[in-house]
Design a binder for this molecule. Sequence first.
Ligand SMILES: NC(=O)c1ccc[n+]([C@@H]2O[C@H](COP(=O)([O-])OP(=O)(O)OC[C@H]3O[C@@H](n4cnc5c(N)ncnc54)[C@H](OP(=O)(O)O)[C@@H]3O)[C@@H](O)[C@H]2O)c1
Length: 245
Amino acid sequence: MLIGKTAIVTGASRGIGAEIARKLCEAGANVALCSRSAEAVAQIADMLQSEGHTAIHQAADISQKADVEAFIKMVLDRFSQLDILVNNAGITRDTLLMRLKDADWDTVLQTNLTGTMYCTRAVLRPMIRQKSGRIINISSVVGIVGNAGQANYAAAKAGIIGLTKATAKEVGARGITVNAIAPGFITTDMTAQIPEQNQKQLLELIPLREFGRPEDVADAVCFLASDAARYITGQTLQVDGGMVM
Ligand SMILES: NC(=O)c1ccc[n+]([C@@H]2O[C@H](COP(=O)([O-])OP(=O)(O)OC[C@H]3O[C@@H](n4cnc5c(N)ncnc54)[C@H](OP(=O)(O)O)[C@@H]3O)[C@@H](O)[C@H]2O)c1
């Protein structure tokens, strides 16, 4: 399905990003992975390599423009083409807005939104030259409906939806599609921080009555990266068990 394609996945050292990397490999893509922790992302890449896939990696903090540019350069030096970018890396610094520290606003916006922009901007030239490309941004249902205690995260994830639409309009004529995925509650380290009582209440809001798995998001990424999604751009696909509708 994605045989011979080159895919970049940011934040691929665990959780949803690691699963996206695995599914893209299983679909035949060569992957380039980054996260801030060199050791953790190397472990995922090594595991994929040991299973016969092509996976390269580099430590890169997406909130740092120089890191992003060095990472993309490394990928372009190694592979002759760049077909898919999955902007998955993201963080939370949750607290009520009244108590929110400037630093926690800045860090979340700089990572989740500005980092996504840095990575997207860095791949546009090679994709435009190639006249093809797929950019898939991981937003959140919180960017659509908001969430108390997550003003910074909700603003960043809503920003990603706007960024997705604007970029889709800019590069559609160049053969590049840009879409977002808005996961609901997916079981990972990120959601493990949520107290059990709150998790029970959240479950009640999900018509499918179960939390999502990283594979559910990874399957949606593989779809948007595939030929089956060639006529879809500027959209936000919710993977949330019906939580937000
Ligand atoms: N889990 C959910 O329910 C859920 C719901 C909606 C949306 N999402 C979104 O899905 C994405 C993945 O979430 P997850 O649950 O898998 O989170 P996670 O388990 O905390 O993993 C986050 C990944 O991003 C990396 N990362 C964090 N900051 C980074 C940075 N500045 N530069 C590069 N890599 C960075 C982390 O590695 P390092 O720490 O080594 O950098 C890690 O690999 C995020 O964008 C998140 O907002 C998750």
